[in-house]
Write a protein that binds this ligand. Structure first.
Ligand code: BEZ
Ligand code: FE
Length: 329
């Protein structure tokens, strides 16, 4: 670029006290006001982090080497950066901000790296896990909107590990998808299927994130859970999971995904379910009523929460495409 065309004010004699302001000014020509705002806050917090910890050059090099290792192990089937974001609690924080839930609706949780696009569509009552060593589990669910109306035709992605705590994609010799399926809710908002009782398992910990956990004396385990993802135009895309109560890792999930409202008890089918779903009375049973939030409700709540949060920080903002930017008018 021709230096005479540079529009930003000149910088000289950069110091600890003015480097932040100057770095922000350097980024200020970006036309997109949201990008400008995100970069401004990122630079501010990064600089504050260095100033507050009195970060040494050695420590920063260690951090950069760690991030390099995180990048190196990433591939089409391994996303170590997402794992890092998960174990730092950032994934669940971003999900909670971006997909706020009015009370009474189903909360979201971490997606994790084991969702695939190869699950087969199954009908009501089908068997989604063929693991003979797993404890057979009948799962019966309803799906409603926040007014209590059943929602028909929602695409529901469901996935779980086998009884050894591995997803199908973690078995190099696998024959095809297993422990996962796609279902559609019926006219009464019901979907039901046969699965196995989930077990706890460790997140991938043979890479740099695993080393980090070890250094921090943290275990890599997730409590037993089953994943669900709901999609229907007009509704906020819901990524969630159900967690088994009293799991040994219920209160120390490596990726901070457990929520009270998503914690369930596994019961027995009993006479009524046994008859209706053709299982024995002592067959394990999981029931849950999911509640989806509309796109419009989510957007309104997200904007309201943003305004409250930024007001508390004393920031004057306006909303652009549902996201806050500084209000300079
Ligand atoms: C999972 O539940 O599949 C998962 C979530 C976050 C990181 C690793 C695995
Ligand atoms: Fe999982």
């Amino acid at each position: 670029m021709d230096p005479s065309q540079v529009k930003i004010p000149p910088m000289k004699d950069l110091t600890v006290d003015n480097i932040t302001e100057n770095a922000i000014r350097m980024n200020s020509l970006c036309e997109d006001e949201r990008t400008r705002y995100v970069l401004e806050r990122l630079v501010t917090h990064l600089h504050d982090f260095a100033k507050e910890t009195r970060l040494s050059s050695n420590e920063w090099m260690t951090g950069l080497r760690f991030l390099t290792e995180v990048g190196k192990i990433c591939s089409d089937v391994r996303q170590e950066f997402i794992l890092l974001s998960d174990v730092l609690g950032l994934s669940i924080l971003v999900d909670s901000i971006d997909h706020p839930k009015p009370s009474g609706s189903t909360e979201g949780t971490v997606l994790g790296p084991f969702h695939t696009h190869e699950a087969e569509e199954m009908g009501q009552g089908d068997l989604m896990s063929h693991d003979k060593n797993g404890e057979p589990l009948l799962v019966v669910c309803t799906l409603k909107d926040t007014n209590g109306n059943p929602i028909e035709g929602v695409k529901i992605d469901i996935w779980e590990t086998d009884s050894s705590g591995h997803y199908d994609v973690q078995h190099p010799d696998r024959q095809g998808p297993d422990g996962r399926c796609i279902m559609r809710s019926d006219k009464d908002g019901i979907f039901w299927f046969n699965a196995i009782t989930p077990v706890p398992y460790p997140i991938p910990h043979d890479g740099p994130v695993g080393k980090l956990l070890k250094m921090l004396h943290r275990h890599p385990y997730r409590p037993a859970h089953m994943h669900f993802m709901f999609e229907k135009p007009g509704f906020d895309h819901l990524i969630t999971a159900l967690y088994l109560r009293n799991d040994p890792y219920e209160t120390s999930d490596a990726v901070f995904g457990v929520k009270d409202s998503l914690t369930v008890d596994i019961g027995k089918a009993g006479p009524e379910y046994a008859k209706k779903y053709n299982v024995s009375e002592d067959h394990a049973l999981l029931t849950y009523d999911f509640v989806l939030v509309s796109d419009a409700e989510t957007r309104a709540l997200r904007e309201k929460n943003s305004k409250i949060a930024l007001d508390k920080l004393g920031r004057k903002v306006k909303m652009v495409n549902g996201l806050p930017v500084p209000d300079l008018d």
